[in-house]
Ligand binder design. Structure first.
Ligand code: GLU
Length: 616
């Protein structure tokens, strides 16, 4: 991706764009600090330059000030090289030559952790030089190519090296040479420090603007995934390790006060760049070359301090409220499946509704939210025989929450209660299947939707009570629509009926067609669906003893829905003409059918109203 392909920045018209512009204009008055001159080329910076950029986890950018100025990244390169070393060699190898303890000394102090014979941490020069040593290839050109490739992937566009700054640093970087030779002497790095320093000076001389750096910071916020390209640059574990060291060691010898005041993992560099990370949310980058005595950008610190304070982003001040994780809880008493039931069936279901409990979840699921869900599920499992966790509205599940769900699944199962997880969004399917498969995932994931779990529960109750016999062929006299008719009347109807069999998926009636017949299901289940977008939506289902397509009797118009066989189905069909004939010859039969029809319609309306009343 090159810069032209990036999503456009959201400038003044956006809330955050305006916020940043005000911040930059307020803090421009802060005219204290000095430009670093120990690398002569850095001394050429313009002290009035001041830019800020934010890149959010969804890849939106906000910027203000001279945010497009390209300057050398300097020490802000260190966390990324450290991440690359961790991904390439693993923690154990890296920890042998560089630790994670803050030094409390200046960034370029000539000190080593003598007790462990390694550099103190990768954010000071000694540790960064060791890291560069790990990543040094056979030739400087190879090392440079690898390093630039890494930084370009992190920024989401091709980056370059500022050669004048590189040469300037190369010519004057004797202190870094001294540190490197000290480490050669200690046996921490190989006796070829020139190649290593070449890479180190080049990594410090990579040119970035505020958006590049904010995108790189955001990659760390997103557990290693670049926000513009979606590429996984670092593993989540490595990203966590990088952020940990940035938190404790990222701001030179101001690190302790920084965490106290700002509370975000961050890294600064002597060119005047600071990047800060709000894990999971965004990356922030500031450029202003006026430095304080420690080497941090004066305005950069102030921007971070205000931003963290204004939006409550200090990582130790997290105000996550797990209360919203449970959207609603209902039993099969308040909510019925879309399946129409006969009067007799409804009476049975009324008594058993409390044995099914659905818990609808929402938002991100993390430890505290999942713990709340676990508690609520355990309560439900004491009362109900089937407990469903509906994840339709869950945005994300972290590792801790997944582990809790896995434990809920195994615990609930041992308690004579069926536990199902439904409505799993596609993006979470793989993670959940993996977490739950260890424990009988097939049963837990048996129903794609709460609706299907609810229908199965109702079927189970009805079968258990003998109210429906799966596979029985219903006689016409048992159909709700013919209730109240005597044997002779039924015989009249039988003569008028034709019987049809259907296989799963067969269309019995089609939306928009002329309505020519009324159907009564003798066996199986028929789904009633309506067209929705390019597919259909199931709005109801009817089983043995129930009629569908009966509106035709009232208005003889066109079909308002499809009817599709859910499995093997047998139906009795009555042609509208035949019914008209019956109305003429046997008006009392017609009157009974009409009154049954009106009752069934008013029942359905009442049920729909009740459901609306429950959920508002
Ligand atoms: N290249 C610089 C040096 O090692 C980096 C210093 C910094 O930004 O902290 O002197």
């Amino acid at each position: 991706m090159n810069i032209a392909d990036r999503p456009g920045p959201l400038l003044g018209s956006s809330v955050l764009g305006r916020y940043l512009e005000t911040l930059v204009s307020d803090l421009s008055r802060l005219n204290i600090g000095d430009i670093a001159t120990y690398i002569p080329q850095l001394g050429l910076a313009d002290p009035t330059d001041f830019g800020v950029a934010i890149v959010t986890a969804d890849g939106r950018q906000y910027k203000a000030g001279t945010c497009d100025r390209r300057v050398t990244i300097q020490s802000v390169s260190k966390p990324f090289m450290y991440g690359q070393a961790l991904d390439q060699f693993g923690r154990e190898v890296v920890l042998k030559s560089v630790g994670v303890e803050p030094t409390g000394e200046r960034f370029n102090a000539i000190v080593l952790d003598e007790a462990n014979n390694r550099a103190f941490n990768p954010m000071v020069n000694s540790g960064a030089i060791v890291t560069a040593a790990l990543l040094t290839r056979d030739t400087p050109a190879q090392s440079e190519a690898d390093m630039l490739a890494l930084f370009s992937r992190l920024a989401g566009r091709q980056l370059d090296i500022d050669m004048p700054v590189f040469h300037s640093e190369h010519e004057t970087g004797h202190r870094n040479r001294a540190i490197a030779w000290l480490m050669v002497n200690a046996g921490i790095i190989e006796p070829e420090p020139d190649k290593v320093l070449d890479l180190y000076f080049k990594q410090c001389s990579v040119l970035v603007d505020c958006t590049d750096l904010a995108a790189m910071a955001c990659t760390l916020a997103k557990r290693g995934t670049q926000p513009f390209t979606g590429e996984q640059v670092f593993t989540p574990d490595t990203t966590r390790d990088i952020l940990s060291v940035m938190t404790t060691c990222g701001m030179y010898d101001y690190a302790g006060q920084w965490v106290y005041d700002v509370g975000l993992p961050a890294k600064s560099g002597v060119s005047g760049m600071i990047m800060a990370v709000v894990p999971g949310q965004l990356g922030l980058a500031v450029y202003s070359p006026l430095l304080d005595s420690v080497g941090n950008s004066v305005r950069g610190i102030e921007v971070c301090r205000r931003f963290a304070r204004d939006f409550g982003l200090h990582t130790c001040a997290s105000a996550l409220d797990p209360g919203g994780a449970i959207r609603r809880v209902y039993t099969a008493r308040e909510v019925r499946s879309l399946r129409q039931r006969t009067v007799a069936e409804r009476a049975v279901l009324d008594g058993a509704g409390a044995l099914f409990e659905a818990v609808e979840l929402t938002g991100p699921l993390y430890f505290a939210a999942a713990e709340r869900v676990a508690h609520r599920t355990a309560e439900a499992a004491q009362r109900a025989r089937t407990v469903v966790l509906d994840l339709t509205r869950v945005e994300s599940i972290d590792k801790g929450a997944l582990d809790i769900l896995r434990r809920v699944a195994s615990l609930t199962a041992s308690e004579s209660c069926r536990f199902h997880v439904t409505g799993i969004p596609d993006r979470l399917k793989a993670d959940l299947a993996e977490a739950l498969s260890a424990w009988n995932g097939t049963a837990v994931l048996a129903y794609p939707t709460t609706e299907s779990a609810l229908e199965a529960f109702e079927d189970g109750v009805l079968t258990g009570s003998g109210a429906i016999g799966i596979g029985d062929v219903m006689r016409l006299s048992q159909a709700d629509i013919f209730k109240g008719l005597g044997p002779e009347d039924i015989a009249v109807l039988e003569r008028a009926a034709s019987t049809f069999s259907y296989a799963a998926g067969d269309r019995i009636i089609t939306h928009g067609d002329d309505a020519l017949a009324v159907y009564v299901v003798a066996r199986g289940v028929v789904s009633i669906t309506i067209p929705l977008g390019s597919g259909t939506r199931r709005i109801s289902a009817v089983g043995a003893g129930q009629a569908f397509g009966e509106m035709a009797m009232l208005d003889g118009g066109r079909r308002s829905a499809n009817a599709v066989a859910s499995g093997a189905v047998i139906c009795h069909a009555f042609a509208i003409d035949a019914i008209r004939q019956i109305a003429k010859d046997h008006p009392h039969i017609y009157a009974v059918i009409l009154s049954n029809l009106v009752r069934s319609l008013s029942d359905r309306l009442r049920a729909a109203n009740e459901q609306l009343g429950t959920f508002g």
